[in-house]
Design a protein around this ligand. Structure first.
Ligand SMILES: Nc1ncnc2c1ncn2[C@@H]1O[C@H](COP(=O)(O)OP(=O)(O)OP(=O)(O)O)[C@@H](O)[C@H]1O
Ligand SMILES: Nc1ccn([C@H]2C[C@H](O)[C@@H](COP(=O)(O)O)O2)c(=O)n1
Length: 231
């Protein structure tokens, strides 16, 4: 180190993609907190714009109506992994975006190209402003939003494991119905024309089916540290 100056790690951009319930949010938040990086939940942004459409009476199955309203709501994401926030026109929507109604409509809204253009712009601006770096999780981060990310991870897990994890979060839930709903949402997200859920060619695939959450976090932290060390 020259002149006793403290060595600072270069900003690192980490993209974490994968189907629903593979552990993207839990892993990304923990990795970002451990490595003092920012964190962005892009699914929350698509949920937030879907919440706004529902709250404002827009028919979410009418792609033209959704496209016409794409620029209307102001969506702000707070990127502290210890306290991620999401507001729409100044309203905290962290709770309302997780309702069954929003979950059932978010794939249709996020398939509309004008919605993707709007949200992708927000995501790139947030990533560009992250001084120390950021972990961004979603479906198309490695392929479309941040194709030059320093590290791309694609998380997978068997549908049974994902449904069991999700059912553990929901009161009175039926694992079979949860599994079917996950598979239906993944199919819609993977087959849409614009920027579908997909693994980037240069992503590292991590199958989390038989791994505990701490094991997945450790695996990703190691991959980031190796990348930073230039290995
Ligand atoms: N490896 C794991 N083992 C057991 N449970 C896990 C594991 N990873 C995540 N979970 C749990 O599974 C649930 C879903 O995880 P999480 O929300 O992180 O997934 P996700 O991929 O972000 O899902 P979605 O895309 O639907 O938002 C949470 O309750 C989380 O604690
Ligand atoms: N980069 C992204 C992130 C999310 N979506 C869509 C598709 C998902 O079903 C939905 C909700 O995401 P979740 O909160 O479950 O991670 O949002 C997308 O199209 N692209």
């Amino acid at each position: 180190m020259e002149n006793g100056a403290a060595r600072t790690a270069p900003a690192v951009i980490v993209a974490i993609d994968g189907p629903s319930g593979t552990g993207k949010s839990s892993t990304s938040k923990a990795v970002a907190a451990q490595l003092r990086l920012n964190y962005l939940d892009t699914g929350a942004q698509y949920r937030a714009i879907t919440w706004w459409m529902v709250a404002n009476g827009v028919d979410t199955d009418d792609a033209q109506a959704v496209a016409a309203a794409a620029d209307k709501p102001e969506i702000l994401s707070g990127t502290d992994p210890e306290n991620p926030t999401i507001t729409v026109d100044g309203v905290d929507v962290a709770g309302p975006i997780r309702t069954q109604e929003v979950t059932s409509k978010v794939s249709a809204v996020s398939a509309v190209p004008e919605i993707r253009t709007r949200i992708t712009e927000l995501q790139r601006a947030i990533a560009a402003a992250a001084v120390t770096g950021i972990v961004v999780e979603g479906r198309d981060i490695g392929t479309t939003v941040l194709p030059d990310a320093d590290l791309k991870i694609f998380l997978t897990a068997a549908a049974e494991a994902r449904a069991a994890r999700r059912s553990g979060e929901l009161k009175d839930s039926d694992v079979k119905a949860t599994r079917e709903a996950l598979i239906k949402r993944d199919a819609a997200d993977s087959t849409r024309k614009t920027s579908p859920l997909a693994k980037a060619d240069d992503a590292v695939e991590v199958d989390t089916t038989d791994l505990t959450l701490p094991q997945v976090i450790e695996c990703v932290v190691t991959l980031v540290e190796e990348k930073r060390a230039g290995k």
